[in-house]
Write a protein that binds this ligand. Sequence first.
Ligand code: HAM
Length: 462
Amino acid sequence: MPTPSNPLKAVRGTRDLLPPETALWNRVESIARSVFSRYSFGEVRTPIFEDTQLFARGVGEETDIVSKEMYTWEDRARAQSEKAQSLTLRPENTAGVVRAYIEHNLADSGQLQKLFYIGPQFRRERPQRGRYRQFWQIGAEVLGPVSSGSESPLRDAEVLEMLATLLDELGVKNWQLALNSVGSAEDRKRYAEILRQALAPIKHQLSVDNQRRAETNPLRVLDSKDPADQALIDGLPKIADYLGESSRDHFAQVSAALDACGVPYTINPRLVRGLDYYTRTTFEFTVPSSGDPASGLGTQNALLGGGRYDGLSEMLGGPRAPGIGFAIGEDRLILTLQAQFDAVSAKYVSYLMHAYIAPIGAHNNAPALALAQELRNGENGLRIEVGDGSFRVKKSFEMASKVASNIILVGDDELASNNFTVKTFISGNQEKVHRSELPSYILSQSAIPNDPQWAQDFFKKS
Ligand code: HAM
């Protein structure tokens, strides 16, 4: 029974997002939407739960996600016409997007499909900073028939260049791009066998989890984070030495296009990623971790990950539709931005109102509200909070300084003369300003000269 001393709480690994933080989430999403539209992406929204089979087949039975992290339940039939069905809360969105591509015959257009999504995903992981059981992803997928150019290395490079642009526009500092090729399905099969053979004599020295993976899915051993196993893993054969000619050529062209666009990257031969659908290009963007306060992420330093999945559509019963995509962990992106902003800009971006209107005396409440209406809905569309005429002036100043850049006093003299006393908290300036000048004056006193640029833009109506 919930009681006042023991109230109900959000479930472990889930959290509420509240103002002022949600302002930052909205700002990040609107920058992402604007970048995506410049690169010709349209939005796709797929259901939050799907047939369990979709993930078992798409993501792979042997992956951590499918074998131990999914929220799956047996959905009972409600009528004789319905069948009971195993359903799963989506742990990621790529499989859902490819299912929708197949279901709606998007291949028929012959066009390349460029689709983005923003939404919650669910994985039953051990919660920690930057790792939640419900988390948000901002992702995108590019796929289509081979004739639409979907296999071209240019697509990989375009996606990576777009991500570099997006992170720069968001103001993320010190990001690093790690790149690899896991080869075609055949390359992978061949390499997995070579790895299995290389692992056989040393398997017993590995951690229990990796001993199992060495048998079932040897590529998974490569991205193991277990510190005790690292030296052994470093000594294993590298996939780059086992790629077929066409995979090698594809990867070289991706790298050359990135060089042409000036996108910096490093090649990490161990980057195989935790989902089974990947072929050829795989990548991750990270921010420095382990104790670096600029990251804000602790050990969860992967901001985003992605890669090519040339066989996924066929695995789900669809036509051939090579593709490439990524998903940004939005929770991690926000943590990074919060850690990287200096304290001032983070605070201002999050929640400052342009002005707080303080009526002096309860009889001035009505004209104060009318002034708020005028400033909110007029020129510059200012963000305004209104106090109450019963507050003492000192209390109004205290409340205003916590939520707004400026305070506007609405007393009898001000209303009679139409000249209002405005105090700006950042500079300490105090001025009398005519009612007609208030929209431009308040706006000019609200911009915060701080990096990144958009922290300032946040105060302007877009
Ligand atoms: P993923 O690497 O599993 O890839 O997830 C992408 C990103 O989601 C991670 O880099 C991380 O930032 C974030 N993320 C994952 N799990 C959690 C969690 N428990 N809490 C917070 N953030 C998390 C995919 O999901 C693929 N669908 C990406 C993709 C798209 N590949 C091709 N297209």
